[in-house]
Structures are given as C-alpha cells and as structure tokens.
Design a protein around this ligand. Structure first.
Ligand SMILES: [Zn+2]
Length: 138
C-alpha cells in the first residue's frame, strides 16, 4: 500500500481511517526530525483516543445486551445467569483497558494522573486539583 504522507496536511491524515494513521506514524518515525516526532506523538494520541472511543462504544453495546437480557427475564424469558455474568466480567475487563488507555493518553499529554480520581493534573502539580490527594509520579 502506498501512503503519501508528504502531500497531506496532518489534520487530513488524522481524519483518515485509523490504520492509515498508524502507517503514517511508522512512516514518521523513520525520518524523525523534531517536527516529525511531534507529529508521530500526536498520531499515537489519536490512536489512543480512537481506542478509547471504541472501548466506550463496546461497553455501551455490552451494557445494552445486559439490559436486553434483564428485560427478557422481566418478560418471562429468564436469561442464563452465567451468560449475564460472563458479559459483566467482559465489561470489567473493558473498563480496566479504558482506564489504562486514559492514563497513557494523559501521560502522553504531559499530565500527572491522580491515582485516586483519575484527574489529569498539569506537570509539576503536588496535589490533585480535583480531589486534593497528593500526586506521586510513576
Ligand atoms: Zn484526584
């Protein structure tokens, strides 16, 4: 596949399907002037944002499936409780992944993520601007 990054302004590249953006990210890593590195960073931010959206969408779909199972029970067609449990555990995993992605994204943006509430605080902050807990690095 040929991907001509040089003729597209970055915002257009970002507007394309994610796979093209990923190709662009690896293309950018090769030449690596400071500008190109920054562009690659914003592409990986873009990738994270897209994955976060996908996860949120998937969680929404799974929650709807659970809702439908509950409603079927209410209508006298009880769902297999093992099946409901399985979906809920899958959703747990999706939330964990979502949280990890959010942290990675905030770190990429140079923010300190509060371990108590998940708020992104500006670098150098000692206390969380949202909940007031002390912030630790790492
Ligand atoms: Zn906090």
């Amino acid at each position: 596949m040929k991907f001509e990054i040089t003729i597209h302004p970055l915002h257009k590249v970002l507007g394309c399907a994610g796979d093209a953006a990923l190709d662009a990210a690896s293309a950018l890593r090769e030449g690596a002037s400071a500008v190109e590195r920054r562009a690659a960073e914003s592409l990986s931010q873009f990738r994270l944002e897209r994955e976060i959206r996908d996860l949120q969408e998937e969680i929404g779909l799974q929650m709807r499936a659970v809702g439908e199972m509950m409603y079927a029970s209410h209508r006298g067609h009880p769902a297999d409780s093992g099946q409901v449990q399985e979906v809920l555990e899958y959703v747990d995993g999706l939330y964990e992944e979502l949280e990890a992605h959010r942290r990675e994204l905030e770190t990429l943006r140079g923010l300190l993520v509060c371990s108590s509430c998940g708020e992104g605080n500006s670098a150098g902050s000692l206390y969380c601007q949202n909940c007031g807990k002390p912030l630790s690095r790492g």
